[in-house]
Design a protein around this ligand. Structure first.
Ligand SMILES: Cc1ncc(COP(=O)(O)O)c(C=O)c1O
Length: 371
């Protein structure tokens, strides 16, 4: 079956009641019989439960993996992977990975004895050089946040494999609707389901999908169970609902973003547009090869620097001034302000999450904001 069909039918109808929408099982604990055997598949909700399991099965199918695990947030999902590592392990991170992972590397991984190195993954020679020392994990993110850098995933994964490192791909911007890293050889994909999977700015969640249910999966599952970063049943249910329209939304986000990017590219107040769908983007050919469409995320640099960027954001009327991404409404932010102290985002950078409104209205709003 095709992705769109799987996404609609992955979790339903309920085989017990016939309900077309899946149930939410809020129970935190599950019974044992008089011989003390568990009555069903679950013991305690921190280890997982029926609603988590429905979402995990759906995500595994959509990403083409053997097993999935859902978490309380995208950060919790990413950190659970790193919590499964040992002191002394080396992790190679993209130089523009989602900034939360840079902060985690600085404030937590160093304390745990995990060594991190930042690399420009769009330059495979830099990755090759970094792999001349042993590495346990190569972390990839494409397109990246907030500069929309595109990494040649097949080539980077092959380099990592050749050096004996496992690969994690943060696929939050693309989602499995547009890009399927496990098919390109990745070991694990990461989703901040807070974003496109949920799709409506009303649920926090994270997910990992593993190509194989192996000892790495077991280590991460142990970290989730004992450190406790599991998703809630209600959050899992909201993400399940989001999945049903994911394919449709990603198609519209991508069409709208292409129209907005083209309009911004010719705008006199815009110095550069970072959108992988534009022929002017350095990663356009690679993105066209590994993505089904180019997604809804972009950033641009205001001509006139930081003040001009902030002025444009503050004049937006239809775009909602808020961080985050992947929702039906379009969002605009001055990225360095959202990231706060220590941000490496260029001061003139404005990040846009393009929603599913009519593109003409979005372009008109940006046009008046940039005047
Ligand atoms: C690419 C990417 N990965 C991970 C995360 C973290 O997700 P969450 O905010 O759900 O913890 C984000 C959040 O913006 C993100 O943009």
């Amino acid at each position: 079956m095709k992705f769109e069909t799987i996404a609609v039918h992955a979790a339903g109808p309920d085989p017990v009641t016939g309900a077309v929408a899946p149930p939410i099982d809020l129970a935190t604990t599950f019974t044992r019989d008089s011989d003390l055997a568990l009555t069903g598949d679950f013991q305690y909700a921190r280890e997982g439960g029926p609603t988590h399991a429905l979402l995990e099965a759906a995500l595994s199918r959509l990403d083409g993996g053997e097993a999935a695990m859902v978490f309380a947030s995208g950060m919790a999902a990413g950190l659970a992977i790193l919590q499964g590592l040992d002191p002394g392990d080396r992790v190679i991170l993209p130089d523009d990975a989602y900034y939360g992972f840079h902060v985690a590397a600085r404030d937590f991984l160093a304390k745990w004895g995990i060594v991190t190195e930042l690399v420009n993954m769009a330059d495979l020679d830099s990755l090759r050089r970094a792999l001349s020392l042993p590495a346990r994990v190569v972390w990839l993110e494409s397109p990246s946040n907030p500069l929309l850098k595109v990494v040649d995933l097949s080539a980077a994964i092959a380099l990592a494999k050749g050096a004996g490192a496992a690969t994690v791909v943060d696929n939050t911007f693309a989602t499995p609707a547009l890009q399927r890293p496990l098919e390109l050889g990745a070991d694990v994909t990461l989703q901040a389901s807070t974003k496109y999977l949920g799709g409506h700015s009303d649920v926090m969640g994270g997910a990992l999908v593993f190509a194989r249910r192996d000892s790495w999966f077991d280590r991460v599952e142990h970290a989730r169970h004992i450190l406790g970063a599991v998703a809630s049943p209600f959050a899992s249910w909201l993400v399940l609902r989001g999945l049903r329209t994911l394919a449709l939304r990603m198609e519209r986000h991508s069409q709208n973003a292409m129209a907005v990017a083209r309009a911004l590219e010719g705008h006199p107040q815009v110095a550069a547009v970072h959108y992988p769908g534009l022929a002017s983007h350095a990663g356009n050919a690679i993105a066209a090869r590994q993505m089904r469409a180019f997604g809804g995320m972009m950033s641009f640099r205001a001509r006139g620097g930081r003040d001009a960027a902030i002025a444009a954001v503050s004049r937006a009327k239809l775009f909602v001034r808020a961080t985050s991404l992947g929702c039906v409404e379009s969002l605009i932010e001055h990225r360095a302000t959202s990231e706060g102290t220590g941000s490496k985002a260029p001061p003139e950078l404005v990040r846009l999450s393009i929603g599913i409104e009519h593109p003409d209205d979005l372009i008109a709003d940006l046009d008046q904001a940039l005047k």
